[in-house]
Ligand binder design. Structure first.
Ligand code: ZN
Ligand code: ZN
Length: 268
């Protein structure tokens, strides 16, 4: 069963009017996705789960002026992501990318394999980009916008300076120039990026304390892990996974202790 996306690819998006229409649709979609996901996660997880299990909260609820600033920068970021999304679409219809929709037997293996390979490449790109963004000049120039949120919330998840948003948004369009990806994998990656960014910034730990003993879950960045990056700056640079931090010895030594404190009910 092939995915029929001819209706999407039959319009020439390089024509200014068509460019504007698809850009506007993407902008509304990307920005609403951010607002709805961040709001739902804050209401259901930070507030509801946090009320029943207060030890899971990493800090107090952040103030409204910070949320407003984060929403503004997320809107600017959504503009950048929408432009890159439109560029990707144009590259795809011109045959420059390795995106495909027709399924073969090989896809039974390649779809999951390419998904995890893309995550690994993204992790590697982001970890080193992030290390570079913490050089004093670069930090002062643009990465500080994300770090203005010392205490984070789900609304921080997309709040970047437009230059940083561009450096993030360029990843998938460049990746699909080289790596054959089924369209569903592209969508899966976008969903994974959105959800993990919210989980990691929401200020409430949702993973089980037993994750530290799990051979797979131990390598996931979670809220506690990324919260320590915002608090201390010079540690825990990972995006989805912690292995680069472990390999390069940039994981904070107090991470496991703090993780356990926020995942286990305190004995009274
Ligand atoms: Zn940083
Ligand atoms: Zn962050």
């Amino acid at each position: 069963m092939d995915l029929d996306l001819d209706w999407l690819l039959n319009t020439d998006y390089s024509q200014p009017w068509n460019f504007l229409i698809i850009f506007s649709i993407l902008l509304v979609g990307i920005f609403l996705r951010y607002l709805i996901l961040a709001w739902l996660y804050h209401e259901l997880i930070y507030k509801k789960l946090g009320n029943s299990k207060p030890y899971r909260r990493l800090h107090e609820q952040i103030k409204l002026p910070q949320v407003k600033r984060e929403i503004w920068y997320s809107f600017l970021g959504a503009i950048i992501f929408s432009i890159m999304g439109t560029v990707l679409l144009i590259c795809w219809q011109r045959g420059f990318t390795q995106l495909y929709t027709a399924l073969t037997a090989w896809d039974l293996i390649w779809i999951p394999m390419s998904f995890f390979l893309a995550l690994f490449i993204h992790e590697t790109y982001y970890y080193w980009l992030h290390r570079w963004m913490h050089r004093t000049k670069v930090l002062r120039h643009f990465h500080h916008i994300h770090h203005n949120s010392l205490y984070t919330s789900s609304f921080t998840s997309f709040s970047f300076h437009p230059i940083e948003a561009f450096l993030q948004a360029i990843f998938l369009p460049v990746l699909v120039l080289f790596l054959p990806l089924h369209f569903s994998v592209l969508l899966g990656l976008l969903v994974t990026m959105s959800i993990t960014a919210v989980i990691n910034h929401a200020g409430v730990e949702v993973y089980a304390s037993s994750s530290l003993q799990s051979p797979l879950a131990r390598w996931m960045v979670g809220a506690t892990h990324h919260d320590m990056h915002h608090l201390k700056y010079r540690c825990n640079y990972g995006l989805y996974f912690t292995f680069w931090d472990v390999w390069m010895r940039t994981e904070d030594a107090g991470f496991e202790k703090r993780f356990l404190a926020h995942t286990s009910k305190k004995k009274s």
